[in-house]
Design a protein around this ligand. Structure first.
Ligand code: SF4
Length: 244
């Protein structure tokens, strides 16, 4: 059966926004993730195929007649974009424009994935960030997001490129076996726990990015849990909160 390559650049909803889908790898296996129920959104296929290099990404953006017509470009697809920190960093000079914003939708595991502090690199390449907090506490986060320790095993660079994390693998206790590089600028070590990594990312993001938003999925949380998640975000210094 023909398996078409995933769309790298795509539009969805607001025509002034362009989205970039650059990996299917993810540290989580959220039960509510759309990629387990659909191949894409808005007529675009976001699942399967090889991850792009910079030339392929730029060609895909140009094919959408971008980036000039778009008010905002967002790193967001069927996977955790920060696996491709190299691409996010390399594409920033091309994507930036006088009035164009670069946004990152992330699960907040970037430092865990890379085994070092990468917040500064992301902040240099991205204006606004939305972090999937997803839960009011660690127990609920592990239940809902089912992080996979194998996704950041050994080298900190995750599973092989282009290999989606299979659904249904056994969840772990939220601990990752990453190789932390000592002496990285700005940090002694990277978080070793998925929930801790999200909180760490949110805590250190205000002041680095122009705007910082925490988000949860309303359909899987009670009203009390949504309220507690909002309060948690606020306690971390994040005022923008979205129920998606
Ligand atoms: S973090 Fe995002 S991409 Fe990854 S499984 Fe959860 S919803 Fe899907």
């Amino acid at each position: 059966m023909y398996d078409p390559p995933m769309d790298i650049a795509y539009r969805f909803g607001d025509p002034s926004k362009l989205y970039l889908n650059v990996t299917n790898r993810c540290t989580n296996r959220c039960g509510f993730c759309i990629r387990y129920h659909a191949d894409g959104v808005g007529g675009s296929n976001l699942w399967g195929g090889s991850e792009p290099d910079l030339d392929t990404l730029l060609t895909a953006v140009e094919a959408m007649r971008g980036p000039e017509p778009f008010r905002e470009v967002t790193w967001c697809g069927f996977g955790e974009p920060t696996y491709r920190l190299d691409l996010i960093t390399a594409a920033a000079p091309y994507l930036r424009g006088a009035s164009r914003s670069i946004r990152l939708n992330t699960n907040g595991h970037a430092c865990l994935i890379h085994g070092r502090d990468v917040l500064g690199e992301l902040a240099a390449a991205v204006d606004d960030v939305s972090v999937s907090l997803n839960a009011p506490n660690r127990r609920r986060y592990l239940e809902l997001c089912r992080p996979d320790s194998e996704s950041v095993a050994a080298t900190g660079s995750g599973a092989p490129e282009g290999q989606p994390v299979p659904e249904g693998s056994s969840a772990n206790a939220g601990q990752a076996t990453i190789a932390v590089t000592p002496g990285d600028p700005g940090r002694e070590s990277a978080p070793r726990d998925f929930w801790e990594a999200v909180l760490d990312f949110l805590t250190r993001s205000p002041g680095r990015f122009r705007s910082v938003q925490a988000s949860v999925v309303g359909a899987v949380l009670s009203a009390e849990e949504i309220g507690a998640s909002r309060e948690l975000a606020r306690s971390l210094g994040v005022e923008l909160f979205r129920v998606r």
